[in-house]
Design a protein around this ligand. Structure first.
Ligand code: FE2
Ligand code: FE2
Length: 303
């Protein structure tokens, strides 16, 4: 498909969407495993303060600019508008493999000799999960986790597609990277949005919380009817680093969210570590994945 489709470039300061992924990986994946996606590295409690790298100071100018835009424009109002615009999913009907190929038509300035294509990142993530013996729904969830990035093909700027996600309508955690850029966000002037719980109630559960808009929320809605609940969490909160890696926003989470975040963390190690230089053989893997996709999804779904 898609030869007749006009190719679209992602718009924003990043050379490619992967520049954000690489920044997050650098920040959170302290020690890469030898192969595959093994150890889940948390912050070493014995590490002295001066040993922590200052990732923000080291960030490239384009990454910093990307976060500035993201933090400035992700208002509660923006999120609610985007949900209205996209979640009725009347844009197109497309199968999962087709959507992977569609995402691959995204043009950016990444280097095709060294950088993985979007399809390759998806397959590398799912293959790492498969190699570790995870159940089929988990492998499939890994395969589709970044398909929401097709929002870029519909003209959404990078800051509205990728980035660490966070709740809107309540105070921003100061553990969110480049927190200072929130000063320019219009929500900073709305007192109701600046309390710890904001428009929400203590432990109301994340399902009631509006997250900053991006590829996570979108793919969750596209895929939720076909996958188990654990997969919902993996898709919806995989970029919610302030919660799953920094431990913030516990006061909005229910006990059930806490249990389900096991799966978000379990998945995150594959998302972070599977970016190895070994390129998956897309055509060789395709029959296995087409079979897996058809086990859970109909031939076409609504996007
Ligand atoms: Fe992602
Ligand atoms: Fe990813």
């Amino acid at each position: 498909m898609s030869e007749d489709r006009v190719q679209a470039a992602s718009s924003g300061p990043l050379k490619s969407l992967d520049e954000w992924d690489d920044f997050v990986k650098d920040r959170y994946a302290e020690a890469a495993p030898e192969s595959g996606a093994k150890p889940f590295v948390t912050v070493n409690p014995n590490k002295k303060k001066e040993e922590f790298r200052n990732y923000e100071a080291e960030a490239r100018a384009c990454v910093k600019e990307f976060y500035r835009l993201n933090h400035t424009y992700q208002t509660r109002d923006f999120v609610l508008r985007k949900k209205k615009e996209y979640l009725s999913r009347q844009r197109m009907k497309m199968g999962i493999w087709e959507a992977m190929q569609y995402l691959n038509t995204l043009v950016d300035d990444s280097d095709p000799d060294t950088d993985l294509s979007q399809i390759e990142h998806l397959l590398q993530t799912s293959e790492a999960a498969r190699a570790d013996g995870h159940p089929r729904w988990f492998v499939l969830t890994a395969l589709i986790h970044d398909l929401g990035k097709i929002l870029c093909l519909w003209g959404e700027p990078q800051w509205a597609v990728v980035g660490d996600t966070f709740p809107v309508g309540c105070a921003w955690s100061d553990r969110i990277v480049f927190h200072e850029f929130f000063a320019a966000n219009p929500d900073a002037k709305i007192p109701q949005y600046q309390t710890r719980t904001g428009v929400y109630e203590e432990h109301c559960g994340l399902d009631k919380v509006d997250m900053s808009w991006g590829h996570d929320e979108y793919i969750y809605h596209v895929a939720k009817d076909y996958l188990p609940e654990e997969a919902h969490y993996m898709l919806r909160y995989h970029s919610f680093y302030p919660a799953h890696r920094e431990g913030e926003y516990q006061h909005l989470m229910s006990d059930h969210d806490q249990e389900m975040f096991y799966w978000v963390r379990e998945f995150n190690q594959y998302d972070l570590y599977s970016k190895s230089s070994e390129r998956p053989n897309v055509e060789a893997l395709r029959p296995y994945y087409e079979d897996l996709i058809s086990e859970y999804f109909p031939a076409k779904i609504d996007w």
